[in-house]
Design a protein around this ligand. Structure first.
Ligand SMILES: Nc1ncnc2c1ncn2[C@@H]1O[C@H](COP(=O)(O)OP(=O)(O)OP(=O)(O)O)[C@@H](O)[C@H]1O
Length: 199
């Protein structure tokens, strides 16, 4: 599978200059593409366009040559945020949050260190790191083919970071997923990516 952003231009407001101008990017199955660039350059905005959360002012987002917006059913492109608190519905217990991405193998939950007792808790009863484990499990639902990781481990301690990356890289390899990894850490990008570009 191939996700392409073609000549993407985007502005948040008509009277402001574009945040992104004529950006072309592509991510293939099995590839781990790193995206670097200074703060405010538009990395998160680009992820939002590629995941279909925003519509480009001009240009298009294609999945195997078909506009992402024209696809039906569960989206094969998933986005993981830096702040899991903003990515879960606070009115749903964690078992329902998890089910939003489709069924998740118990082995994956175990590998991510998700304790069975956490499934009946509300999001507000978990730490940021515990919530991010759920967000990763949910993003790895059966329909996912391309995963966009926007600073997904930036707020975690080193041990949790290492654990999540180990699980994600093994899963990506096993399922031939394509990854876009956004990070300010050159070391992380060097370590996990097959190719790195700068915005
Ligand atoms: N909802 C919004 N409305 C208006 N402007 C926005 C909005 N979200 C982001 N911006 C602006 O768009 C620009 C790009 O922001 P974005 O978050 O995409 O950058 P980034 O490269 O991901 O930054 P960082 O590395 O700090 O996370 C910034 O100037 C930001 O102020």
């Amino acid at each position: 599978m191939r996700l392409e952003g073609k000549s993407l231009t985007f502005r948040y407001r008509k009277d402001r200059k574009p945040v992104l101008e004529g950006i072309t990017i592509s991510i293939e199955s099995g590839e781990r593409l790193g995206l670097a660039g200074p703060s405010g350059r538009g990395k998160t905005t680009l992820c939002r366009l590629l995941a279909g959360y925003e519509t480009p002012t001009s240009g298009e987002v294609l999945l195997d040559g078909t506009p992402l917006s024209a696809r039906k059913g569960p989206c094969p492109v998933q986005l993981l945020w830096q702040n899991p608190e903003t990515a879960v519905d606070p009115r749903m217990r964690m078992d329902r949050v998890l089910a939003e991405g489709g069924p998740v193998a118990p082995e994956l939950l175990e590998a991510l260190g998700i304790e069975p007792d956490w499934l009946k808790r509300w999001p507000g009863e978990l730490s940021g790191g515990e919530l991010q484990r759920f967000c990763l499990a949910r993003a790895l639902g059966p329909a996912t083919k391309i995963l966009l990781c926007d600073e997904m481990s930036a707020m975690l301690d080193y041990i949790t970071q290492a654990q999540l990356w180990e699980v994600l890289l093994a899963e990506a390899e096993r399922r031939d997923l394509g990854l876009l990894v956004v990070s300010h850490s050159g070391k992380l990008l060097e370590r996990v990516c097959t190719r790195v570009i700068t915005l």
